[in-house]
Design a protein around this ligand. Structure first.
Ligand code: HEC
Ligand code: HEC
Ligand code: HEC
Length: 157
């Protein structure tokens, strides 16, 4: 009987220390994972652990390929990230502090300029060409109505 009790205690301690290890890991990574909404589908474009650490490099690499080398793939496309990671609440990846991309970044004090141009919401309709009446409040509306949307699909309307 005493043996069983000991064994149970040991097992409980193992569970607790495993949980602590996880907490310390995210703290050490400088990222307190604040309840992130799970993305759509069952996996990310790369291994989750890898994404946590390396998504910025993937994105920059993808951008350089597209912009400078004219290679256009969708594998690490920013548009795809937004499609899978938009919040079910706000429909955006970065309009509230709980939204997927913003949640980590605000904790880690990472500021992105990406959303100045890129949509934080999936499937936003491109703005018709010639509607240039929005310069003054463009910044404030950009995140919800990305001017770039028309450029993002190669100008195809
Ligand atoms: C000044 C506006 C601007 C800013 C700021 C900006 N981009 Fe872009 N980005 C563009 C334009 C324009 C394209 C080309 C769109 C196209 O042809 O698909 C593009 C294309 C991309 C692409 C390739 C297309 C895709 O959907 O994958 C990626 C990836 C990308 N940008 C990532 C980023 C990231 C990450 C940031 C922030 C670090 C950023 N961009 C900031 C304007 C901008
Ligand atoms: C097909 C849908 C899909 C696409 C596209 C996608 N993701 Fe994901 N992503 C997921 C899912 C699902 C998970 C959670 C996987 C898990 O629980 O192991 C995830 C996990 C992540 C994580 C780790 C989150 C955590 O819990 O720590 C990051 C960071 C991430 N994605 C960033 C991105 C970026 C950046 C892009 C675009 C380059 C992207 N994702 C594209 C579905 C997607
Ligand atoms: C698991 C937490 C986490 C999630 C989720 C996350 N990021 Fe990040 N991101 C970070 C951290 C931490 C950094 C800073 C890394 C560094 O400074 O080396 C970063 C940096 C970046 C950078 C580089 C910024 C720069 O100026 O160099 C880009 C671009 C970026 N993230 C895009 C995204 C996008 C887009 C999403 C949502 C699809 C996202 N991230 C989701 C944690 C996260």
């Amino acid at each position: 009987m005493a043996r069983l009790a000991n064994w149970l205690r040991l097992a409980a301690m193992m569970v607790v220390s495993a949980m602590l290890a996880v907490t310390t890991f995210s703290a050490a990574a400088g990222v307190d994972l604040p309840k992130l909404e799970k993305g759509k589908g069952d996996k990310c474009v790369e291994d989750t652990q890898y994404m946590r650490k390396n998504h910025m490099d993937l994105l920059k690499h993808q951008r350089d390929d597209t912009m400078r080398r004219g290679i256009r793939t969708t594998k690490h496309s920013l548009k795809q990230c937004v499609e899978c990671h938009a919040s079910s609440n706000t429909g955006s990846v970065a309009s509230s502090k709980e939204d997927f991309c913003a949640a980590c970044h605000s904790y880690a004090s990472v500021k992105l300029d990406c959303w100045d141009c890129h949509a934080t919401k999936p499937g936003v309709k491109p703005i018709k060409q010639g509607s240039t009446g929005q310069t003054s409040n463009a910044r404030s509306t950009l995140s919800s109505s990305p001017l770039l949307a028309s450029g993002m699909n190669g100008g195809v309307k």
